[in-house]
Design a protein around this ligand. Sequence first.
Ligand SMILES: Nc1ncnc2c1ncn2[C@@H]1O[C@H](COP(=O)(O)OP(=O)(O)OP(=O)(O)O)[C@@H](O)[C@H]1O
Length: 253
Amino acid sequence: MSRVIDIHGVNFSYGSVPTLTGIDLEVADGEFLGIVGPNAGGKSTLLKLILGLHKPQSGSIKVLGQAPHLASRLLGYVPQYPSFPRDFPISVEQVVQLGRLGIDRNGRQSEGKWHALRPRRLSSGDREAVQRSLEEVEASDIAKRQIGSLSGGQLQRVLLARALVSDPRILILDEPTANIDQRMESEIFDLLKSLNDRMTILVVSHDVAFISRYVSRVACINRTLICHSTDNIDGKVIQDLYGEHVRMIAHSH
Ligand SMILES: Nc1ncnc2c1ncn2[C@@H]1O[C@H](COP(=O)(O)OP(=O)(O)OP(=O)(O)O)[C@@H](O)[C@H]1O
């Protein structure tokens, strides 16, 4: 199977303290990878390096065979829930339309850098893609609602639709189910599982036991990174990662 992400010997720090050290990670096309680790372990930072939002101080990152900033329009990104401004006056439909910014009128990825993209009139192709994405996440019925009026679960579905509307090769989600109830969490992960038939997925989560039901491999990050097949995750792996005081989580396959 071909690889879509190749990370070798990456070191990154925001200041003098290293955030990520000696990171190696290869992700195969079609994989569903979970990313777990303690708070401040570097999970979001790793995603931002893959998205081309930060550059490593050393080491190499290739995404779909290119430098991350060149591949970024082939990636769909669902940011961490609290970073989204809920009170912004914009409808669900308009949020999803924003995901078409990097696509030209003929449905192709436009050339040039993100910051050079100009808003343009929506084409019929754009409208159809927005409708399809909203249907896929089962949010068509709330298309005209203001985002400030949505529940946490509904908002996550809308952000997922925005990421899907550009037809990404890789979908990257940063804790998509933080702050939502368990039933909604299962519904979103069932949806991700079906999307995984056509795209590679990377998802950050705090709940190792829960995501192990869905993903095939888990990348454990606490400044350094170690990958485990979900078959091999046990109490020891989790304690090593999170420290001595963590409750043992039942885990079965
Ligand atoms: N823009 C930034 N400038 C300076 N330090 C940062 C910045 N972003 C993150 N950090 C620091 O880098 C470290 C790793 O942060 P990161 O957000 O990657 O961790 P995380 O594993 O995603 O954490 P959490 O589970 O709490 O979301 C933390 O100590 C954080 O304070």
